[in-house]
Design a protein around this ligand. Structure first.
Ligand SMILES: *[C@@H]1O[C@H](CO)[C@@H](O)[C@H](O)[C@H]1NC(C)=O
Ligand SMILES: *[C@@H]1O[C@H](CO)[C@@H](O)[C@H](O)[C@H]1NC(C)=O
Ligand SMILES: *[C@@H]1O[C@H](CO)[C@@H](O)[C@H](O)[C@H]1NC(C)=O
Ligand SMILES: *[C@@H]1O[C@H](CO)[C@@H](O)[C@H](O)[C@H]1NC(C)=O
Ligand SMILES: *[C@@H]1O[C@H](CO)[C@@H](O)[C@H](O)[C@H]1NC(C)=O
Ligand SMILES: CC(=O)N[C@H]1CO[C@H](CO)[C@@H](O)[C@@H]1O
Ligand SMILES: CC(=O)N[C@H]1CO[C@H](CO)[C@@H](O)[C@@H]1O
Length: 871
C-alpha cells in the first residue's frame, strides 16, 4: 500500500512504452541462470499439513477468475490483492515497512533494522517483532513486508543496508528469524525480502530502456552468505518471500526459475507464497512458471494504465494452456494456506487506515477518475506501551566506539555545549518530508518505503536539557564564527549524521546509495567535529548513521574523548541517549559492520557502486565469501573499529566450557521424501469461469481477472486444441521432482539444525563502579588443512547477559549447529562438514571479532582463556 515513492520513481526514470526487456544481456563468463522446472508444489511439510488441507477445500471451490484474482494486487494506490468474497476469502492488505506500519497514524516508529542488529540481543529483537506484529494486527493488515535481509550490507555505500540487521549472514539470520517469530505469533504473515543480491540501489529496476543490474553470485557465496538469512527465515516458518528488483546471473529475480523454484522452494522447502517487489513484474507466463505466486501491486512495471501481466492475462494463459492449471492451483493454494496457517480466517481485523491520506474521509476508489468519498481512517491507536521496547532497542544499540580515559559517562553538573542540527527534531516536524526523503534534524530512520510516520520524536537536546541545567545549544552544522573561548572543563557534544535510502528519491545528491556523500558525515559534520576540537578540550561525538563512516580526520584527536553511534534510533532518540551519556546504563551496543580506515581497504567490488553501463549493469561478486571482517581478516587489514566492537563503562571476564552434543557425519543424513500435496483436476476449466459478470461496472485502472466472452472462448479453443504451444524455456518440464539432498524441511535438511556443540560462557562484571550488559559473540575457525578456503573467523552465535552489577556473573550458552560447521560443496550440492573425524574447529569467544581471547577446541573439548586473538 505504500508505493507512492515507487510510482514517482518509475515516472521519473521511464517513459510509458512497453516494458519487457528481452533477450537477456550477456553476463560475465561462468554465471548462468539455469532452468529449474516445474515449480515445486507447496504443502509437503508436516507443520503446514492442516493449513494446506483447509486451503485445498477452499481452492477446489474457486472459479478460474477467483483464483487469478487473489494472485495479484488490484492496482497501485488501490492497495491490497483481489479477493474471492463469494467464498469468504478477503482482499489481503500487504503493508510496509520493516520498522513498523508505514503510511499510518498512531503507530510506533521503531528503531531501524541496523539499530536492532547493533543490540546483539535476541530477547529484544524478538520483543520488537512482537510489538511490530501487534501494531500491524491492530491496523488490520495481513502481511508485514519485513524483515529485510537483502541487502545483506556487502557495500558500505549501499542505500538500504539500514533496513536489515548488519553485514553478517548470521546476525541477519538470527535477527530475521526472531522478528518473524514475534510478528507471526500475532497472526500477521511476515515477508522475508529481497531475494536476492540487491546490494546497491542504483540501476536496480527494469525499465523500458535498461534492465536492472545483474548480481553475479557464485553458488558457494550464495549459500554461505546471501542465502543464509533466507534459509534461517524459512526455517522459522516465514509465510511469504519477496523477490528483488535486480537480476541474478542475468535473469530478473521475479522470473528466475533456478532462484525461486530451485533454491527457495525446493532446496529451502519454502511453503508460503512468493511475491514480486512493487512494479518489478515483467512477464506473465514466464514468471508463473518460474515460481512467482503473487504479483504486487498487480500492474505491469508502468502502473496506472489498467494493464497487468496477470489477472485477465493469467486467466487467458490458463485457458489457452500455456500456464498449466496445476501451476495456478499451487500459486493460489500457497496463498490461501498461508492465510489459514496464521489464523486469518478467524476474526482477523480488516484494514482500518488508508495509505493515501491521513484525513478521516478520502476517496473510496482512489485511482478512479470520479470516486465517492467516505471514511477511510479510523485512527486506531496501536502504540500501547511499545515506546518502552523502542527505547530499549535504541538504548541498547548505542555503540561506544571510543572513550579515552573513561571520560564518559558525563555528570549532570558539567557545563555542556551541544552542536549540530541533528540534536533537535526537524523544526518543520519529524514527518515533514515525504517518505523521510530529507536529512533535517534528528535522523531516526533512512528514506524510502522502509519508514513509518513518527507519532513524536524524542530528540536528544530535549532529553539532555531535562537533566542538565547548564546546557548551551548551537543549532548549526557550521562552527559559530564568534565563539568565546570555553573553559577547560567545558564539554562539547557534536551531533553528526549520514543518511541513505531507496532509489526512488534523491537526497542532497545521494541517489538512495551514498553515492555522493560517500562515508563522510553529511553537512560537513567532520569539519564541525574538527573545529569544535580546536576550541574544546573535551569533545563527544554522537553519530546518527545508516552505516559506517570515515572517522579518520578526527578519531585520533586526543580532545575527541568519546564517540557514540546511535545508528538510526527511531522515535526514541533522546532518553535512550541521555541514559548512556549520563551513566544510568552502560552502553552495550556493538557494531553490526566494520569501520575501515580507508574506503579502499575493501576491494573495488565492495567499496564502489556499479556505475552506468550500456545494457545491463554487471555487479559481480568477485570477492566471494570475503566481505566486511571476512575480507579485512584475510588481507590482514586492521580496521579502525572491527565488526562487533563496542565498549562498556565496565569490563567483563569470560570463562567458557564446551560440550559435544550431536556427533556429525560428513553430510547430513538422507532427507525424508516429500509428504503429499493437494490434488486437483488439471483439466483446463470452462471459459465461462472467466467471463465478466453481467452488467459489471468496471472502473478504469482497477485490475480485474475477467475476460470478454470472445477472448475467453478463443483462448479456451487454443488450449483445448493443444496444437499451438507456448514457446517454453529450455529445460521446461511439468513432472514434480523429489527435491535435492540438501533439502527436506523448511530451510533445508532438518539435520542442518542439529546442535553439534554447546558452549556455556560465564560472564563476570569485573569492574567496581558500573553495572552493564556484555555481548558474548562466538566465531568459528575451521580446521587447518581442509580442501576449502574459509574465512579466518565467522560469527556463528551470540547472546547478551542481563544487567550485571559489579562482581556479578551470569552463564549464557551459545550453540553451534551442523550447518555452522559446514561448507557448501558445489560438486556435491550439499553441506559438508570438512572437520568430520575429529579435526579441530576452534570456537573463539569474545566481545568483538577482534577481541577474542578465549578459545574452545572441538577435538579436545578444552577451553582456554588469555589466548592471542586469531586476527
Ligand atoms: C549463478 O551462476 C553460478 C556460476 O555458474 C552458479 O553456480 C549459481 O548457481 C548461479 N546462481 C543462480 C541463482 O542462478
Ligand atoms: C476480485 O477482487 C475484487 C476486489 O476485492 C472484487 O471486487 C472482485 O469481485 C473479485 N473478482 C472475483 C472474480 O471474485
Ligand atoms: C496464452 O496467453 C498468454 C497471455 O496473453 C500469452 O502470453 C501466450 O502466448 C498465449 N499462449 C498461446 C499458446 O497462445
Ligand atoms: C587519550 O588521552 C591521552 C591523555 O589525554 C592522550 O595522550 C592520547 O593521545 C589519547 N588517545 C587518543 C586515541 O585519543
Ligand atoms: C577495563 O580494562 C582495561 C584493560 O584491562 C582498562 O584499561 C580499563 O581501565 C578497564 N575499564 C574499566 C571501566 O574498568
Ligand atoms: C492517540 C493519538 O495519537 N491519536 C492521534 C491519532 O491520529 C490522529 C490523526 O493524525 C490524531 O489527531 C490523534 O491525535
Ligand atoms: C473499519 C474497521 O474495520 N475498523 C476496525 C479497525 O481495527 C479495530 C481494531 O482492530 C476494529 O475494532 C475496527 O472494527
Amino acid at each position: 500500500m505504500a508505493y507512492r515513492s515507487l510510482v514517482l520513481g518509475a515516472f521519473a526514470s521511464t517513459s510509458l512504452a512497453a516494458s519487457v526487456v528481452t533477450p537477456r544481456d550477456p553476463v560475465p563468463p561462468g554465471f548462468v541462470a539455469a532452468p529449474y522446472y516445474p515449480a515445486p508444489h507447496g504443502g509437503w511439510v508436516a507443520s503446514w499439513e492442516e493449513a494446506y488441507s483447509k486451503a485445498e477445500a477452499l481452492v477446489s471451490q474457486m472459479t478460474l477468475a477467483e483464483k487469478t484474482n487473489i494472485t495479484s494486487g488490484i492496482g497501485i494506490f488501490m492497495g491490497n490483492t483481489g479477493s474471492a468474497e463469494r467464498l469468504g476469502f478477503p482482499r489481503m492488505c500487504l503493508q510496509d515497512s520493516a520498522l513498523g506500519v508505514s503510511s499510518a497514524d498512531n503507530v510506533t516508529a521503531f528503531p531501524a533494522g541496523i539499530t536492532t542488529g547493533a543490540t546483539f540481543d535476541k530477547k529484544l529483537i524478538y520483543a520488537r517483532g512482537v510489538a511490530i506484529g501487534e501494531e500491524h494486527r491492530g491496523k488490520g493488515t495481513n502481511v508485514y513486508l519485513g524483515p529485510s535481509v537483502g541487502p545483506l550490507g556487502r557495500k558500505p555505500l549501499g542505500g538500504r543496508n539500514w533496513e536489515g540487521f548488519g553485514s553478517d549472514p548470521v546476525l541477519q539470520a538470527k535477527a530475521a528469524a526472531l522478528t518473524i517469530k514475534g510478528v507471526q505469533e500475532q497472526g500477521i504473515i511476515a515477508t522475508i525480502k529481497h531475494l536476492i543480491g540487491n546490494e546497491q540501489e542504483m540501476y536496480r529496476m527494469y525499465n523500458p530502456f535498461q534492465p536492472g543490474y545483474s548480481a553475479n553470485i557464485d553458488d558457494r557465496t550464495l549459500h554461505e552468505l546471501y542465502l543464509w538469512p533466507f534459509a534461517e527465515s524459512v526455517h522459522a516458518g516465514v509465510g511469504s518471500a519477496m523477490t528483488a528488483y535486480n537480476a541474478v546471473n542475468g535473469s530478473a529475480c521475479s522470473q528466475h526459475s533456478y532462484l525461486i523454484n530451485g533454491i527457495l522452494k525446493d532446496e529451502l522447502g519454502f511453503q508460503g507464497f512468493v511475491m514480486s517487489d512493487w512494479l518489478s513484474h515483467i512477464s506473465g507466463v514466464d514468471s508463473a512458471l518460474a515460481g512467482l505466486d503473487m504479483n504486487m501491486p498487480g500492474d505491469t512495471n508502468i502502473p496506472l494504465f489498467g494493464f497487468s501481466n496477470w489477472h485477465y492475462e493469467l486467466s487467458r494463459s490458463v485457458l489457452n494452456g500455456s500456464v498449466p492449471l496445476d501451476r495456478l492451483n499451487d500459486m493460489v493454494t500457497r496463498i490461501v494456506a498461508t492465510w489459514y496457517k496464521f489464523g486469518q480466517d478467524r476474526d482477523h481485523p480488516r484494514p482500518n487506515f488508508s495509505s493515501n491520506t491521513r484525513d478521516r474521509d478520502g476517496l473510496l476508489y482512489p485511482a478512479a477518475l470520479f470516486s465517492p468519498k467516505g471514511q477511510v481512517n479510523w485512527f486506531v491507536n496501536v502504540q500501547a506501551d511499545h515506546y518502552l521496547i523502542a527505547r530499549e532497542v535504541a538504548q541498547d544499540a548505542i555503540t561506544l566506539l571510543k572513550n579515552n580515559g573513561s571520560f564518559l559517562p558525563l555528570t549532570t553538573s558539567q557545563s555542556l555545549h551541544v552542536f549540530g542540527t541533528a540534536a533537535q527534531v526537524n523544526p518543520d516536524g519529524p514527518n515533514a518530508c515525504m517518505n523521510r526523503a530529507c536529512n533535517k534534524g534528528t535522523l531516526g530512520m533512512g528514506w524510502g518505503s522502509g519508514v513509518a510516520d513518527y507519532p513524536y520524536l524524542d530528540d536528544p537536546i530535549s532529553a539532555i536539557r531535562k537533566r542538565v541545567p547548564d546546557v548551551k545549544f548551537f543549532n548549526t552544522d557550521g562552527f559559530p564564527w564568534f565563539h568565546p573561548t570555553p573553559s577547560p572543563d567545558d564539554v562539547a557534544i557534536v551531533f553528526i549524521t549520514s543518511d541513505a535510502g531507496e532509489n526512488s528519491f534523491t537526497v542532497e545528491g545521494n541517489n538512495g546509495d551514498r553515492n555522493s556523500a560517500k562515508l563522510a558525515a553529511w553537512h560537513n559534520g567532520d569539519e564541525l567535529v574538527r573545529k569544535t576540537a580546536e576550541k574544546y578540550n573535551n569533545v563527544i561525538v554522537v553519530a546518527q548513521t545508516v552505516g559506517p563512516l570515515d572517522l579518520e580526520s578526527w578519531i585520533d584527536n586526543p580532545r575527541v574523548k568519546g564517540v557514540l553511534f546511535q545508528h538510526l534510533p527511531g522515535q526514541e532518540a533522546g532518553e535512550s541517549l541521555a541514559n548512556i551519556l549520563f551513566g544510568d546504563v552502560s552502553p552495550s551496543g556493538h557494531l553490526p559492520y566494520s569501520i575501515t580506515k580507508r574506503a579502499n581497504d575493501f576491494p573495488d567490488s565492495i567499496a564502489n557502486l556499479r556505475g552506468f553501463a550500456f545494457g545491463q549493469v554487471q555487479d559481480t561478486y568477485s570477492e566471494g565469501l570475503y566481505i566486511d571482517y571476512r575480507w579485512l581478516n584475510k588481507e590482514k587489514i586492521r580496521p579502525r573499529f572491527a565488526f562487533g566492537h563496542g565498549l562498556s563503562y565496565t569490563n567483563f571476564s569470560f570463562d567458557a566450557t564446551i560440550e559435544s552434543v550431536t556427533p556429525l557425519s560428513l553430510v547430513p543424513p538422507a532427507r525424508a521424501p516429500k509428504g503429499s500435496t493437494p490434488v486437483y483436476s488439471t483439466e483446463i476449466p470452462p471459459a465461462s469461469e472467466a467471463y465478466w459478470p453481467e452488467g459489471f461496472n468496471r472502473i478504469w485502472r482497477y485490475l480485474y481477472s475477467w475476460l470478454n466472452k470472445n477472448d475467453a472462448d478463443n483462448a479456451y479453443a487454443v488450449g483445448i486444441a493443444g496444437v499451438k504451444k507456448y514457446n517454453y524455456p529450455a529445460g521446461y518440464s511439468t513432472a514434480q521432482k523429489p527435491g535435492p539432498a540438501a533439502g527436506g524441511g523448511e530451510g533445508g535438511n532438518p539435520a542442518l539444525w542439529d546442535i553439534a556443540f554447546r558452549v556455556p560462557v560465564t560472564v563476570k562484571n569485573t569492574g567496581d563502579t558500573f553495572s552493564g550488559r556484555a555481548s558474548v559473540q562466538a566465531y568459528v575457525q575451521y580446521p587447518e588443512g581442509i580442501p576449502y578456503d574459509t574465512p579466518v573467523v565467522q560469527l556463528r552465535d551470540f547472546e547478551k547477559t542481563r544487567v550485571l552489577a559489579p562482581g556479578e556473573e551470569e552463564t549464557v550458552t551459545v550453540e553451534l549447529t551442523r550447518k555452522d560447521l559446514s561448507v557448501w560443496d558445489t560438486e556435491l550440492q550439499n553441506w559438508v562438514v570438512p572437520g568430520v573425524g575429529g579435526k579441530r574447529y576452534t570456537v573463539w569467544i569474545g566481545e568483538a571479532s577482534d577481541r577474542l581471547f578465549t578459545a574452545c577446541y572441538t577435538d579436545t573439548g578444552v577451553c582456554e582463556g588469555g589466548r592471542v586473538p586469531p586476527v
